[in-house]
Design a protein around this ligand. Structure first.
Ligand SMILES: Cc1cc2nc3c(=O)[nH]c(=O)nc-3n(C[C@H](O)[C@H](O)[C@H](O)COP(=O)(O)OP(=O)(O)OC[C@H]3O[C@@H](n4cnc5c(N)ncnc54)[C@H](O)[C@@H]3O)c2cc1C
Length: 361
């Protein structure tokens, strides 16, 4: 089958949905394509696994329930500057394309699923992950970045009696944060009896996890590998390999235009536009890009994207967290940390993207 659209949006994460919604609301002929049939607020997935009753399925919403343009569930296998070829053999021709294919953690499907492509399967995947966690007494978390720190805190809050070890390759948690945030996160996790081990690189070796630095071995009942985020840009290697940098990110200019192309754009986790990879920022970028595309169509002047200051809250369980504020400030004050704690940011993101919350759960 062959389709035709004015604006093709590849990827229905924070960036793609924000762009698609705004363009469609302004009357642009938009087609959003995603291999999944649901949007998911990733911020809530870790709590969803540790404590399903607090989050339920509220963080997910099927695209057909809220997308204002056309939605196609399919995987893009390759593309050039005129058409995208899908894995099922279909072709979508476009005038402009926005690449918002995001990123994944290949060894941590609970963060972003690798194969649960429909809503019911993803809800079941979360339940299965929870059951596996319930039956484990000892837990090893590899990686002390945002995901590893939050997962350790969520499990410690939900299961105070489990033995939780968080192993990190360097000597501070949250490598990209300010020293005060790193210290506070460590204090908060330690207060929840999480055993944080620094300068450790554990990898599976038969039925144990062996550290290549210290030589020690651990035999946890369950392990979570929270490192190794990679951009979903393999499908571009077929026809557009030159647009990727050494990390596999799509090279864009300050207007989010793909280097060398006037009708291709990229943003969010898959692009070089901002080294800070956050869902909230990806949504802000989507809003900017939709405006820029609309202005260009009217022949109006477009200003370059200005990286906005942001508040990043890393929760360390249901009752604590660390917020990094603009100008390098850090705080653990409840009224700021609770901006995320309330419902893990789900309602804020839904509001930003024009999604009606599900009040039935
Ligand atoms: C556990 C966890 C917690 C997080 N917490 C926070 C937080 O508290 N605050 C925050 O701001 N950020 C947080 N983040 C980061 C945030 O999730 C990412 O920055 C965000 O997902 C990036 O959005 P995106 O739209 O660029 O890409 P994604 O959300 O990765 O979306 C990309 C979409 O593209 C689709 N896709 C990919 N390839 C193809 C293809 N070939 N064909 C069709 N569809 C395709 C995918 O299915 C996906 O739906 C967290 C991340 C994780 C994993």
């Amino acid at each position: 089958m062959e389709y035709q659209t004015d604006a093709l949006i590849i990827g229905g994460g924070f960036a793609g949905v924000a762009t698609a919604q705004k363009l469609a609301q302004q009357g642009v002929d938009v087609t959003l394509i995603d291999k999944k049939d649901y949007f998911e607020v990733t911020f809530a997935t870790l709590r969803n696994v540790a404590n399903p009753t607090m989050v339920g399925d509220r963080a997910r919403k099927q695209y057909v329930e809220f997308i204002e343009g056309t939605f196609i569930q399919a995987c893009v296998a390759s593309m050039n500057d005129k058409e995208a070829k899908l894995e099922n053999g279909d072709v979508i021709r476009f005038k402009q394309a926005v690449i918002a294919s995001g990123s994944r953690y290949p060894s941590l499907p609970l963060a972003k699923s690798n194969d649960a492509f429909n809503y019911a399967d993803r809800n079941q995947e979360m339940i299965d992950e929870h059951q596996a966690l319930v039956s484990a007494q000892s837990v090893l978390i590899i990686g002390g970045g945002l995901v590893g720190v939050e997962l350790a805190g969520e499990i410690a809050s939900a299961f105070p009696d489990k033995k939780i070890t968080l192993a990190h390759a360097s000597d501070t948690l949250l490598d990209q944060s300010k020293p005060k945030a790193q210290r506070k996160a460590l204090e908060q996790l330690t207060a929840k009896a999480v055993d944080v081990k620094f300068n450790r690189r554990f990898a599976k070796d038969d039925d144990v996890y062996r550290c290549s630095i210290s030589g020690e071995t651990l035999q946890p009942d369950i392990a979570y590998v929270c490192v190794g985020m990679i951009p979903n840009t393999e499908f571009l290697r077929v026809d557009l390999p030159n647009i990727l940098d050494a990390k596999g990110l799509i090279k864009v200019d300050d207007y989010m235009k793909v280097e060398g192309y006037d009708n291709l754009y990229a943003l969010g986790d898959c692009a070089t536009i901002d080294s800070r990879k956050h869902g909230y920022l990806a949504g802000v970028q989507g809003g900017y890009l939709a405006d820029a595309i609309l202005k260009s169509a009217q022949g109006e002047k477009v200003k370059p994207y200005n990286k906005p200051p942001v508040v990043i809250v890393t929760s360390t369980g249901t009752d604590s967290g660390v917020a990094t504020l603009p100008f390098g400030l850090t705080t653990t004050l409840n009224f700021i940390v609770n901006l995320k704690q309330k419902d893990m940011g789900v309602s804020n993101i839904f509001k930003m993207l024009g999604i009606q919350p599900d009040t039935s759960q």
